[in-house]
Write a protein that binds this ligand. Structure first.
Ligand code: CA
Ligand code: CA
Length: 83
């Protein structure tokens, strides 16, 4: 059986903490949880938005300002693998 389009993995997006292909408030929540010390979600390598090597409240703030249209997301870090 050949997998159809429905089985395709969502495209990885910078800032998409839970790898579902969309940037939503859920991603900001998961990022805050990771900053608080809980295990990071699956695509946590995509959300070190200030490229300092750690997931912190600063990254969550950057994601939230993007979600409410105050500022665009910064460019992906060179080490993120998203190009
Ligand atoms: Ca997401
Ligand atoms: Ca960071």
């Amino acid at each position: 059986m050949t997998p159809g389009p429905d089985y395709a993995a969502p495209e990885l997006k910078w800032g998409d903490v839970n790898c579902d292909g969309a940037i939503t408030p859920i991603d900001a929540l998961l990022l805050l949880q990771a900053a608080a010390g809980l295990p990071p979600a699956g695509c946590a390598n995509l959300v070190d938005l200030d490229c300092d090597g750690a997931l912190t409240a600063s990254d969550a703030r950057t994601l939230l300002t993007h979600l409410i249209d105050i500022a665009p997301l910064p460019a992906a870090c060179p080490s993120s693998g998203t190009g």
